[in-house]
Design a binder for this molecule. Structure first.
Ligand code: SF4
Ligand code: SF4
Length: 115
């Protein structure tokens, strides 16, 4: 989840946290689930879809690793998973019963889900 000097610590993370070397400023890069998602428009395989909750998701079984979604996302919210040659992004951890992992693990409660 945390990137230090360009290295990803956890490859499964669906968001990126960048810490400035000089000012130590912390910024989070995360999907906005856009109304008109450029990532989805430019996915040639149909792997990107919006589910019934409005969440833009990637179906890894269909994704061919072409990278078009990453190239077209204006928010740099898509992450390449090298060992699987797949791309992923925030999907509110739809595969976790407990909900988004970032909300659970943030020690100061800085991440809040709004309905
Ligand atoms: S990945 Fe980028 S373009 Fe796609 S919905 Fe998220 S923020 Fe929008
Ligand atoms: S990398 Fe996968 S999800 Fe992204 S555009 Fe290509 S097929 Fe679609």
């Amino acid at each position: 989840m945390v990137h230090e000097q360009g290295k990803s610590v956890l490859q499964k993370a669906r968001l990126s946290i960048h810490r400035g070397v000089a000012d130590r400023k912390v910024e989070m890069t995360i999907c906005r689930h856009c109304t008109n998602p450029k990532c989805m428009d430019n996915c040639p395989t149909g792997a990107m879809n919006r589910n019934e909750s409005g969440t833009v998701v990637i179906d890894e079984d269909i994704c061919n690793g072409c990278g078009n979604c990453k190239l077209n996302c204006p928010f740099e919210a898509i992450i390449y998973i090298e060992d699987r040659n797949k791309y992923q992004k925030c999907d509110f951890c739809i595969d976790r019963k407990a909900g988004p992992a970032c909300v659970e693990v943030c020690p100061v409660g800085a991440i809040v889900l709004k309905g």
